[in-house]
Design a protein around this ligand. Sequence first.
Ligand code: NAP
Length: 294
Amino acid sequence: MIPVSGATSVVGIIGRPVAHSLSPLMHNRAFAHLGMDWVYVPFEVREGELAAAAAGLRALSVKGVNVTVPHKTSVLPYLDELTPEAAAVGAVNTVINRGGRLVGDNTDGIGFVRSLREEAGFDPRGRRAVVLGAGGAARAVAMALAWAGCERIVVVNRTESKARALADAVARQGAEASGLPLAREALAEVVAEADLLVQATTLGMAGNPGLPVDADWLRPPLLVADVVYTPLETPLLRAAKARGCAVLPGWGMLLYQGAEAFERWTGVPAPTTVMREVLLAALTGRRSAGGDDA
Ligand code: NAP
C-alpha cells in the first residue's frame, strides 16, 4: 500500500477500458521500491471526452499519463506539443505535463528496441528485420528500428497497401524499407535473409491463435520477437523455440515502454528488475486475459 500525502505527485493512464491495465501495478511497484511520493492511477475516458480529460490533466496538475486504446491517435489535437518520435509515429502513448503544457511522446517503439538490447542482447544497428503487421504497434516498432540503425526493414501485412505505406514512412527515416503482402512465397525468402522477425499483428492473441509464418522458416540465428503478451508464449514463439531460435515475448515491450515513460515523468532511472517481476507475476496469473498494450 502506497501512502498518499498532500505532496504526492500523480500520474496515470487514460483509455477505455483501463480496468485490465497492468501499468498501475508496474509503476506503483516502482514508486514503492524507490520510496517515491508518487502514485499511478487509472482514468477511464470515454471517446468524445478527450478535450475535458486534457483540460483536467492541466487543471489538476497531473504530472503525466500513458494513453491507451482507443485514444492513442485521437488525443493528438488536445496536446500542446509532440516529440519528433510521436510526430513520426502519428500516435501518443505517453503525455508529459510540463508546467501546464501537455507534451505527447511515444515510447512503444523505443521501449521495444530497449527490450531487444536489454532482454535479448540484440543491437539492431546494421541488421535486417522483418516486421509482420502495419497497425499501431508495427508502426511504432518499425520506426524505432529505423532510428536504431537497422539496415533493412521489410514490412509484411495482410493488407498490402498498408505495408507499402508504412515502408514508405520508414524509408523517410533513413532505412532501406519495402512492403509486402502476407503471402507465403514472398515471405520465405525475406525471413531466410533476416536477423530479426517481429510479430506485430494481433495474431497469436488468446482467441486469435493463427501462425503468421511457416514454422520451417524459423532457423537460428534468427531472433523471433512477438509484441503479443497474452498468452506469454504465443504459438509463434513456441514454434521458434522448438527450432532453436532465441525469442523475445511481448512483455519486454510492455515493460520498457513503461520504463521509458517512468523516466520521462520522474527523471529517475526506472527500477526495471522489480517492474519485470511484478509484470510477469501478474501475466502468469492471468494467462487467458485479453491482450492490450499498456
Ligand atoms: P491494430 O492497429 O489494430 O493492427 C492490427 C494488425 O494486425 C494489422 O496489421 C492487421 O492487418 C493485422 N491482423 C489482424 N488480424 C489479422 C489476421 N487474421 N491475419 C493477419 N493479420 C491480421 O493493432 P495494434 O495496436 O497494432 O496491436 C497489435 C498487437 O500488438 C495487439 O495484440 C496488441 O495487444 C499488441 N501491442 C503490444 C504492446 C506491448 O507493449 N507489448 C504495445 C502495443 C500493442 P490489416 O492491416 O490487414 O488489417
